[in-house]
Design a protein around this ligand. Structure first.
Ligand code: GDP
Ligand code: MN
Length: 387
């Protein structure tokens, strides 16, 4: 679960990590009011959306006049934001953070995540902050420093020194202390809140030598939300993909992807394998959907409905191995969904397992048009030809 910048900064503030003073607003009028109680000029007007790269997409504006704060807020709230991390249509902006502007002397990157190759939390620090860390990693990898944290010892002061003493030119001692203090707090917070990511880009040194987190990104491990009840309530349903939200309501495991082949599969492993075979055949999956081993007719109908609602889907592959889920149940679910929604794209079906003959018969006797594949490989070939 991702948190918004303003939510992450609130957590930082409570943990003692310095952040600029700011206020969350929902309208130009509120922005006009907020600016009176925030130090400036300059002020920074920041779109609160889950996509990163807002600076590049015009979602972060530094302004000099109080009147401009409301004007910029109005513009942002009324047009979608397109960044390198959104779709070309962009995302709606519903909330804006107004902050006091900070005079930047230097920009750093600081992040913590689990390095899966070693299975341990890892602090990542770079003196090339401000820009995309992916870009830094690609062009100047030597500027990215890492420290793996042994959970038995926790974050050790020498690790912070390893990171900050690599900075060239070396900042003043007071600033170095500021940086190491933020690192230690980030580690604590990462652990305490069950994070999968804490990221500050940029972590800046101001003209006056203070260390301040100008941006804040926190992702909480969904599997820990059962014990992070306070954080769970911070979820912003508006930021979620509408189809994923629908799937949540139906208790379906659905993740939207970038391709155009809709896939309905039972079982997570088979769903993963199906995505692999779709790619192998030269096409791209539009989603991951596991309707579950023991899916009911109703769940099949709902899963199929979600795929049909995705405008990018150009062909649908149904791959079911009937174990607990019987093929006749699947067939009836698909027909029910087809009755409610017009199917405008080719449908490829691969059925195997319990009651497969009945399932095939039910489909054949329906008015549904579809292609039958004899195995998964053929199904993928067929579907790739349609897109
Ligand atoms: P992101 O692009 O989504 O990561 O959004 P950021 O919060 O990182 O903001 C993008 C950029 O805006 C930062 O890298 C800074 O260069 C700039 N920025 C943000 N806050 C301030 C500020 O208070 N003063 C100045 N001068 N620039 C700022
Ligand atoms: Mn940033």
């Amino acid at each position: 679960m991702k948190l918004h910048e303003y939510q992450s900064k609130e957590i930082f503030r409570k943990s003692g990590i310095p952040v600029p003073a700011g206020k969350l607003v929902h309208s130009a009028d509120e922005a006009g009011e907020a600016v009176e109680s925030i130090n400036g000029p300059p002020w920074v007007v920041k779109a609160q959306v889950h996509a990163g790269g807002r600076g590049k997409g015009g979602g972060v504006k530094v302004v000099q006049e109080p009147a401009e704060v409301s004007i910029v807020t109005h513009t942002l709230l009324n047009s979608p934001l397109v960044t390198p991390q959104t779709t070309p249509e962009g995302v709606a902006i519903n909330q804006i953070l107004i902050e006091e502007g900070v005079e930047i002397e230097r920009e750093f990157y600081l992040g913590m995540t689990v390095d899966r190759s070693v299975g341990m939390p890892t602090m990542i620090f770079s003196q090339a902050g401000g820009m995309s860390i992916e870009e830094v990693a690609a062009t100047t990898p030597h500027l990215i420093k890492k420290e793996v944290v042994n959970p038995a010892t926790g974050w050790m002061p020498f690790q912070a020194r390893n990171l900050v003493f690599a900075v060239e030119p070396l900042p003043a001692p007071e600033t170095l202390r500021g940086l190491t203090s933020v690192m230690q707090k980030i580690y604590r917070l990462f652990l305490d809140l069950d994070c999968s990511l804490v990221e500050i880009n940029p972590l800046v040194i101001t003209r006056s030598g203070d260390v301040v987190a100008l941006d804040a990104k926190i992702t909480i491990d969904d599997n820990a939300l059962f014990r992070q009840k306070d954080l769970a309530s911070l979820e912003d349903p508006k930021e979620k993909d509408p189809l994923e939200r629908m799937a949540d309501e139906y208790n379906l495991n659905y993740i939207r992807l970038d391709g155009n082949v809709g896939a309905m599969v039972n079982g997570a492993g088979l769903a993963m394998a199906t995505m692999d075979v779709i790619k192998l055949a030269g096409a791209e999956p539009a989603n991951f959907l596991d309707v579950g081993g023991g899916a009911t007719e109703d769940m099949i109908t709902k899963g199929f409905e979600i795929i049909l609602k995705d405008a990018r889907v150009k062909a649908i592959l149904i791959n079911i191995f009937g174990g607990i889920l019987r093929c006749d149940v699947l067939a009836r679910g698909v027909i029910e969904a087809a009755r409610k929604n017009e199917i405008k794209v080719p449908l490829i079906v691969r059925l195997e397992g319990t009651n497969v003959e009945q399932g095939r018969m039910i489909l054949a006797e329906s008015e549904l048009e579809f292609l039958v594949a004899k195995d998964l490989g053929e199904a993928a070939q067929l579907v790739a030809k349609q897109v």
